[in-house]
Design a protein around this ligand. Structure first.
Ligand code: 5AD
Ligand code: SF4
Length: 505
């Protein structure tokens, strides 16, 4: 009988990709994914440890599963990803009903582990009650001290195993180019959970992008924690840099309309990489380059390796090459010892840089990091909250200004789905401004038979610069790239109307 799998993903794009790859492997073994946890034979949580809040959500999911497991002891419960790596033993101790732990660096073995538990473990668990055999595979830190080549080999298998088919109808796809991180920012768990930086061979990346494009992908986003630090050393000593990789992908996959990448590290951006972005038309002019703080003192305490001035210089350089580049950033507020003066410098940075978007986080002390050992979490929660809101307000001003400048322009938009922000004004004819209206063509009642009625709704899409646009357009356009005239700008959303189809989806 086909086994049913429920997989829930928390955290970053890297986790989303890991889940997709794991799902592909389990599907190949005959598992079928289900939307409801209650229907599943195997329940897996792919977890994130970056902030405590992300972990709390998983703790509560696991708590809910405790009683459930008592009534269905045959169910396999797995925790994978960063939490499995970081606090594996704690999870087994607090939640004895969890059967399986697998860190992000061992996911190539997950399908085999799950299958073993399902096939051999079900009976055993029935006899033993809720506490059965628990299996765990972690090892990011071990990989740091063992040979990278070995780690590289087995992890590469996971990405290489990707099953890509046109039926999946994936307009957007992620492709990993680098795993892990070597930066050791003092607040961050990633170097501990995902292990050392490992770069994938360029040809494997190019082949994967090509296969996705052949299967119908219109947008590929390359992933890495510090993606622009990519440098692959070939056997003969030659090095493929990030700029070269970008260029090679762009040239090797001419049928791909959009190529993106996240996340960049400010200090590692070469002029060559910026030039490639400037010169290659299908590379989106969008950069996500977290600054984290505008204060040199805090940047130093965070071990970021650059000053505020160096960040400003980078932004200036990027805009010199591409005046229309869209830049997004991340900031942490309430880092230990942060003063009002430090925060003011961060607010000044958000004001001056006019980011497309800023992701703002309140500092969350993470076990195992340098910051939790070195500093007391001394900024009161109330101050963190206030700074968070103030910074959001500064960013919002920039969004309003950026968006206003877009009105009247024609931009290329990729349709991603339906918007929840349905504007009544957009459909004056539809009864009470309901979401769907029937636009009648031909006969009075739409009953002429020859001309079918067209369902219209408001769709949501993204520009090449990653700005969100709500559009009046017919249904069935999801995954297509179209030209849109921006007609109106509201705080965070642009509204537009369809001009013409630019690329058939
Ligand atoms: N506390 C708060 N925010 C954090 N981030 C990473 N670690 C922490 C932490 N301990 C934020 C950074 C990073 C983003 C992914 O999450 O801004 O860029
Ligand atoms: Fe974490 Fe810093 Fe690496 Fe980003 S660069 S993943 S914040 S350690």
């Amino acid at each position: 009988m086909t086994k049913k799998l429920y997989l829930e993903t928390f955290g970053c794009q890297m986790n989303v990709l890991d889940s997709e790859l794991v799902l592909g492997q389990l599907r190949a073994q005959g598992y079928e994914s289900v939307e409801e946890r209650e229907e599943a034979d195997v329940v897996i949580y792919n977890t994130c440890s970056v902030r405590e809040h992300a972990e709390q959500k998983v703790w509560s999911r696991l708590g809910e599963m405790r009683d459930w497991k008592k009534t269905r002891p045959g169910t396999v419960i797995g925790v994978i990803g960063c939490m499995a790596e970081r606090d594996g033993k704690d999870i087994f101790r607090k939640f004895p009903h969890v059967d399986l732990l697998c860190g992000p660096g061992e996911l190539d073995k997950l399908a085999g582990m799950v299958h073993n538990l399902v096939v051999t473990g079900t009976e055993a668990r029935r006899h033993e009650g809720t506490k059965g055999r628990q299996v765990a595979l972690m090892g990011a830190n071990m990989r740091r001290s063992s040979t990278l080549a070995a780690a590289e080999d087995h992890l590469e298998l996971l990405d290489l195993s990707r099953s890509i088919s046109a039926e999946d109808n994936l307009a957007q796809a992620y492709v990993r180019i680098t795993r892990g991180c070597n930066k050791f920012c003092t607040y961050c768990v990633v170097p501990y959970t995902r292990g050392p930086e490992v770069h994938r061979p360029p040809q494997n990346i190019i082949d994967e992008v090509k296969r996705l494009s052949d299967a119908g992908a219109l947008e590929v986003t390359l992933l890495g924690q510090t993606i622009n630090h990519y440098a692959f050393k070939h056997g003969d000593g030659r090095v493929t840099t990030f700029a070269e990789l970008l260029y090679q992908i762009h040239e090797a996959v001419p049928g791909l309309p959009r190529l993106r990448f996240v996340t960049s590290f400010p200090r590692d951006f070469t002029n060559e990489a910026l030039m490639v972005m400037r010169d290659c038309q299908r590379i989106c002019r969008y950069l996500h380059v977290p600054a984290q703080s505008g204060s040199d003192r805090i940047l130093k305490a965070m071990n970021r390796g650059y000053t505020a001035q160096e960040y400003y210089d980078f932004v200036g350089r990027a805009r010199e090459y591409m005046p229309d580049v869209s830049i997004a950033s991340d900031f942490i507020v309430g880092f230990p010892t942060e003063t009002q003066d430090d925060f003011d410098q961060t607010a000044e940075m958000v004001r001056r840089c006019r980011f497309k978007n800023s992701f703002i986080f309140k500092y969350s002390p993470r076990p195992g990091t340098v910051a939790i050992e070195r500093f007391e979490d001394d900024v009161p929660e109330e101050t963190k909250r206030r700074w968070n809101n103030e910074l959001l307000a500064v960013q919002q001003e920039a969004c309003v200004r950026n968006n206003r400048e877009m009105v009247g322009k024609v931009v290329e938009v990729m349709i991603e789905g339906e918007t929840k922000l349905v504007s009544k004004k957009a459909y004056p004819a539809s009864a009470g401004g309901v979401e769907l209206g029937w636009e009648k063509r031909g006969g009075e009642n739409g009953s002429d038979g020859a001309s079918p009625a067209t369902v219209v709704t408001q769709l949501i899409g993204r520009t090449r610069g990653d700005q969100v646009v709500a559009i009046d357009a017919p249904m069935g356009m999801r995954g297509r790239i179209v030209d849109v005239e921006i007609t109106e700008a509201k705080n965070l959303t642009l509204f537009g109307k369809l001009v013409m189809s630019a690329v058939a989806g």
